[in-house]
Design a protein. Structure first.
Length: 416
């Protein structure tokens, strides 16, 4: 059985895949929070979203800084982090940055996909997202860089007048006089979990063609094609860990408000929705086919099963398509997405396979404390798309198309 993952892709393919992974991370909430809304109401959904992002974002922000060598304590470091954050996938959340000096800057959003999803739901939902959720979570993201950083709105939705652009604008200020923001308790917990401490990531080869880090100037648009092959593999792995951490933070937030069974049920529904939608978008972006080889490729690069040594999904193409999911991994110990799959709950895996070909189905071969083993079969009839995937497709992100914006442009930076 093989464990080929992102490394099997070309540099050009990885440059296409990474923005897709970032967008998939953003759309996790379009899936999961739909079921939270039904269970806890609008205010409960708001509170869970706040806890979820505050718990995960400081941990994964610091990881990405270290991975690409741009750790610092200034505004530029914060902005670079946002460009590589599932909370701000490129173009869908179209952040535009201005830097005055190392302690002062601004950003605005020329397009906010999250706003496009929420605005039709009415002003109360817009206020929950753009006021109640953004205020604490923006500062929680910044705490990974500087605990005295503050992000404050210049203007934000509800849009007045209607249709106002840019959609919102914010200042970022670092000042020794600011009260330092503490790491949230959930972030401290997640920092020490398997995903937070995970070291089995790809080492970046400094001798490869392309950028091996982001130590240089802040650029207006990150062009992923400029990174080296190994750097893109590492970025893809870190983005997958961002998703795992967000899901784990979601579980913490839900479990604080209900019983474990309900939390797992909601998490499985959310997992199914994003698993299927991400699979469909990745298949289309990489122009994969509808055969078993394409299914094997998709499974090997799906964010639910990466980084490979965190999850350990073995794929065997010697006789059809057989899968073996190891039960002695960091993902299992964390209770991550892979741990939600068992002999009675294959819905997320079915959603991935049906994104390749709706005739495909996973059948359990064996289930033990050591491994879950399944075989992929092709049925004569096509299976319907899972309802959870259809719910996630309501987001404008489901059909969002990335554009080639040409060469990167450096932003001016006045260093004080």
């Amino acid at each position: 059985m093989t464990r080929d993952g992102f490394g099997r892709l070309s540099r050009a393919q990885l440059a296409v895949l990474v923005p897709e992974l970032l967008l998939a991370g953003q759309l996790i909430d379009r899936s999961a929070l739909a079921y939270v809304l039904a269970e806890f109401g609008a205010d409960g959904m708001r509170d869970i979203a706040i806890d979820e992002w505050m718990g995960a974002s400081p941990v994964y922000t610091k990881r990405m800084q270290r991975a690409l060598g741009f750790e610092g304590d200034d505004v530029v470091t914060i902005f670079k982090g946002l460009q590589l954050d599932i909370g701000a996938p490129p173009q869908f959340m179209d952040f535009r940055f201005t830097v005055d000096d190392r302690n002062h800057g601004q950003f605005h959003l020329d397009h906010c996909g999250a706003l496009m999803d929420v605005e039709p739901m009415g002003e109360a939902y817009v206020r929950r997202m753009c006021h109640d959720i953004e205020d604490p979570t923006f500062d929680a993201t910044a705490v990974a860089t500087n605990p005295r950083a503050q992000m404050r709105p210049i203007h934000r939705p509800p849009r007045t007048p209607a249709g106002r652009t840019p959609h919102c604008a914010w200042t970022v200020t670092i000042d020794d006089a600011h009260e330092p923001v503490a790491w949230p308790a959930a972030a401290l917990f997640l920092r020490d979990c398997e995903a937070g401490r995970f070291v089995g990531v790809t080492a970046i080869d400094p001798d490869e063609e392309g950028d091996g880090d982001y130590r240089g100037p802040l650029v207006a648009d990150v062009r992923f094609a400029d990174f080296s092959h190994s750097a893109l593999v590492r970025i893809a792995e870190e983005v997958c860990l961002q998703m795992h951490l967000l899901n784990l933070s979601f579980l913490l937030a839900v479990r604080a408000r209900t019983d474990a069974g309900t939390a797992i049920r909601l998490a499985r529904k959310g997992f199914t929705g994003i698993a299927g939608l991400a699979a469909a978008r990745i298949r289309d972006a990489l122009q994969l086919g509808d055969d078993l080889d394409s299914a094997a490729t998709l499974l090997s690069i799906h964010p639910a099963f990466n980084p490979q040594s965190y999850v350990d999904l073995r794929i065997d193409r010697s006789d059809g398509l057989r899968l073996s999911l190891d039960r002695h991994t960091g993902a299992e110990r964390d209770g991550a997405w892979a741990a939600l799959l068992d002999a009675d709950h294959l819905e997320p895996l079915q959603a991935i396979l049906r994104a390749v070909d709706p005739h495909l189905r996973a059948v359990v071969e064996a289930a033990s404390p050591d491994a879950l083993q399944v075989t992929v079969v092709r049925d004569d009839h096509a299976h319907d798309e899972a309802g959870e995937v259809s719910v996630t497709r309501i987001s404008s992100g489901a059909s969002f198309a990335f554009a080639d914006r040409g060469d990167r442009r450096e932003l001016p930076l006045l260093r004080s």
